[in-house]
Design a protein around this ligand. Structure first.
Ligand code: TYM
Length: 332
């Protein structure tokens, strides 16, 4: 049987090239030979303040973005998390086999809680819900960017503790991480590209070409060198983006050429930026065109309803076994 893969993305903000190059392109690739389940995680989104009037639209819009990137509902299950409430039910049960100390060590909680005025318990227990997402579908592989690896590791520990306390049920999931797993901000290449740092820091997958050009052209390149390194973080980040964009288009020569110009000390950063912009647009343009067509077709609701139905079947079966092992409820 093909290995099962699960991954998720929050519907808050727009999809950026960090998400795409670090994770979503792997979601798309894995569809070739894996049994894939992909999820827009709206329960996770409410761990911080989001406008309830916008959440549903944001979830549908993120699903459209994923379809445009190549998630294929014929081959994968695509659904919105809260359409399958068993995820939240399992999260409660898993919270009883999660160590408080493990949660307190999560770096993402430390980073995110510093930015919030009100720090919810949900933000703290967020990794338990993420473990529930993965485990309820008995996924073995989880394609993610580097920032999520720690959450996959805690999911492994949660699975192990559940199995030893209640009986063998869950596989221990492995992160699937590839090149591009940590794309940095263009305006501050010492921090990771993220939706929350502000407009100048990220490039949206659906962003207008003129705006992408402006952002790539003004990318920070000269921030000085870290001792022991020969390339600044900003230049390395542009090379990383360029390299993956070229690979995606089957171009093996451009990067090698620019790298040798760099090592000979004759690479103009304006040329590196122009090439990065051109190659990136070569990847993004077809996605943007597909997004426009999909939005016009109006099929996303049906796709998500079908995805939720298929995901529910799996989730219900797992919850049946979980409730039995744990001794919950009174049903036979
Ligand atoms: P989220 O929504 O922040 O990001 C979605 C995916 O994009 C990756 N990513 C990046 N990769 C490379 N460079 C970057 N700068 C960058 N920024 C983001 C993330 O690593 C992620 O793979 N907690 C998750 C969502 C989630 C989930 C799950 C993931 C909920 N349940 C179960 C996997 C399995 C999150 O907030 O991702």
């Amino acid at each position: 049987m093909a290995k099962r893969v699960f991954s998720g993305i929050q519907p808050t903000g727009t999809l950026h090239i960090g998400n795409y190059l670090g994770a979503i392109r792997n979601w798309v690739n894995l569809q070739r030979d894996h049994d894939c389940i992909y999820c827009v995680v709206d329960y996770h989104a409410i761990t911080i303040d989001v406008d309830p009037r916008e959440l549903k639209t944001a979830s549908r819009s993120m699903a459209l973005d994923l379809l445009a990137c190549g998630v294929d509902p014929e081959r994968s299950i695509l659904f919105v998390q809260a359409d399958v409430p068993q995820h939240a039910e399992l999260a409660w049960i898993l919270s009883c086999v999660t160590s408080y100390g493990d949660l307190a060590r999560m770096t993402q909680f430390k980073d995110k809680s510093e930015k919030q005025e009100f720090v919810s318990a949900g933000l703290f227990t967020y990794p338990i819900l993420q473990a529930a997402d993965i485990l309820i579908h008995k996924a073995q592989g989880v394609p993610v960017g580097e920032d999520q690896v720690q959450h996959v590791e805690i999911s492994r520990r949660i699975a192990r503790r559940f199995n030893s306390r209640f009986g063998e049920l869950f596989a221990e999931p492995e992160p699937i991480v590839t090149k591009g797993a940590r794309i940095m901000s263009l305006a501050d290449p010492t921090s990771k590209m993220s939706k929350s740092s502000g407009e100048a820091h990220y490039v949206g997958v659906m962003e207008a070409e003129t705006s992408i050009r402006r952002k790539v052209r003004s990318a920070v390149t000269d921030i000085g060198l870290t001792p022991g390194e020969t390339m600044s973080a900003g230049v390395a980040n542009l090379f990383q983006i360029l390299e993956i964009a070229c690979e995606l288009q089957g171009d093996a020569t451009t990067v090698a050429e620019l790298r040798s110009e760099f090592s000979e000390g004759r690479l103009l950063y304006s040329r590196l930026k122009d090439m990065t912009f051109d190659q990136l647009m070569g990847v993004l343009r077809p996605i943007q065109e597909r997004r426009a067509k999909l939005a016009a077709s109006g099929d996303v609701r049906e796709i998500l309803a079908d995805g939720a139905r298929r995901a529910s079947e799996i989730a219900r079966a797992t919850m049946h076994d979980v409730r039995k092992l744990v001794g919950l409820g009174t049903e036979a």
